[in-house]
Design a protein around this ligand. Structure first.
Ligand code: GDP
Ligand code: MG
Length: 441
């Protein structure tokens, strides 16, 4: 995506707000790039639509190009879609022995992942874990799990020839209870393709074990297929999360996005190699950066935005010191307050303001007031904003009506503005500190 987009972005160097054209051009490339990263078509389409709505009209930060800015927006949206469970690495393992069912196609990495997770539960959570292979099709598969178990110091259920998967699951349950295990993991047989025999078997095992977690193991290198597999398994067996394996390869991880968007199930872990410690809890930022392949630009845009805000504040201070504080300034302050998490959070951050914040809330002064005030300012003309003294009765009526509010509310806003302008002037003389306090007082 990097190279593809940089070409387009180089052409989008003009400043100002993101125009429809800027956004459309950049997003065409984003869409192609998503498809190349194995994101499924409908998911890519919906995704691009969501970004388009957010990006159009956004102010472009100085020192980055509009294209780079679009990438930042794309990145943030990706993270938002990918983010699932609060703590993806925390498996539900209360009520010992807690059953964990591992499902997926053959070769996806189920057996390896079973052992990796068992090792984590043992080392990180101090749990006693029992692993059982239900792969009756291939005796070698049972032996594979036993070997891994010895390697990581985790017990495996003794192999009994001739049992069905359901019988093994029952025995694992009993063995785990009697043996005082905290967790038992069932490593099911996979098949090359989804078929009814496989699904019936997994359903039967599920009914016996009643698992706390059912983790679908999917090869992260299989794009579109992975999504079908996930939908099937979720529909037939019900999964609590996904483990994406082979994320150490050069696949872009687009499957992660499709799977999350289509099944709604959180990605819990990613496998990063064949070794037993090559597994990590899922991090949305990392995968988003990987799908886009341009983490640097995101950091750059963030930095530029910070700088811009600092510069803006500086310019405003200079004007306040000269006693200039018009409606545009007030609007910016109000918007900044909203961005910072609203009145309550700002007051909460300032020493001694906790009580005031409660008083303000009791008086009905909350974030909706901020929004109404912004609406009133929006309803003023350019001239009126620059010079609020112009506001006579007829203008006031028009403005209030335009914002769908009462004139009395506009009067309160004007009074507040006057008080703030006075306070700003005094504070301007005192220096930069206290600007925020003055804005609220
Ligand atoms: P199963 O058939 O689903 O049980 O798959 P296996 O656990 O036997 O894994 C199949 C192959 O994939 C083995 O050679 C594993 O070592 C390998 N494998 C599993 N997970 C990963 C991973 O995250 N990265 C890499 N590179 N290889 C993996
Ligand atoms: Mg296996």
């Amino acid at each position: 995506l990097s190279e593809r987009l940089s070409g387009v972005f180089d052409r989008l160097t003009k400043q100002g707000a993101l125009s429809d054209d800027d956004v459309a051009t950049a997003l065409r490339e984003v869409r192609v790039a998503l498809l190349e990263a194995d994101v499924s078509l409908p998911v890519a389409r919906d995704f691009v639509k969501a970004v388009q709505a957010k990006a159009t009209g956004q102010a472009v930060t100085r020192s980055v190009t509009p294209g780079q800015q679009v990438v930042k927006i794309v990145h943030d949206e990706l993270v938002a879609v990918l983010r699932g469970a609060d703590d993806p690495g925390a498996l539900k393992i209360d009520n010992a022995p807690a059953p964990i069912l591992m499902v997926g196609l053959q070769g996806s990495g189920k057996t390896t992942t079973t052992a990796k997770l068992a090792r984590r539960l043992k080392d990180k959570n101090g749990k006693r874990v029992l692993m059982a292979s239900l792969d009756t099709n291939r005796p070698a598969a049972m032996e594979q799990l036993a070997i891994l178990g010895r390697q990581i110091g985790v017990d495996t259920l003794p192999i009994v020839k001739g049992e069905t998967a359901v019988q093994i699951a029952r025995r694992a349950k009993t063995h785990a209870s009697l043996g005082g295990y905290d967790v038992y993991m069932l490593d099911t047989a996979g098949r090359l393709h989804i078929d009814e025999v496989l699904m019936d078997e997994v359903q039967a095992v599920r009914d016996v074990a009643n698992p706390r977690e059912t983790l679908l193991v999917v090869d992260g290198l299989t794009g579109q297929d992975a999504v079908n597999v996930a939908s099937e398994f979720d529909g037939k067996v019900g999964i609590t999360g996904v483990v994406l394996t082979r994320m150490d390869g050069d696949g872009r991880g687009g499957a992660a996005l499709s799977m999350r968007a289509i099944t709604g199930k959180p990605i819990r872990f990613i496998g990063l190699g064949e070794k037993m410690d090559a597994i990590e809890p899922f991090e949305a930022e990392r995968i988003a950066g990987r799908i886009l392949g341009m983490g640097d630009i995101v950091a750059l845009v963030e930095k530029a935005q910070e700088t811009l805000e600092a510069e803006q504040a500086e310019r405003m201070m200079k004007r306040f010191q000269k006693g200039q504080f018009n409606m545009n300034d007030l609007k910016m302050q109000l918007e900044q307050m909203l961005r910072m998490g609203g009145l309550e959070s700002i007051m909460g951050m300032m020493p001694g303001m906790g009580k005031m914040s409660k008083q303000a809330a009791d008086a009905g002064f909350d974030d909706s007031v901020l929004r109404r005030q912004i609406a009133l300012i929006n309803s003023m003309t350019k001239k009126e904003r620059a010079n609020p003294d112009l506001l006579q009765a007829s203008r006031k009526k028009r403005i209030a009506a335009g914002a769908g509010l009462e004139v009395s509310e506009l009067n309160r806003l004007l009074k507040m503005h006057r008080q703030m302008a006075d306070a700003m002037k005094k504070m301007g003389k005192m220096g930069k500190k206290g600007m925020l306090k003055g804005a609220i007082a």
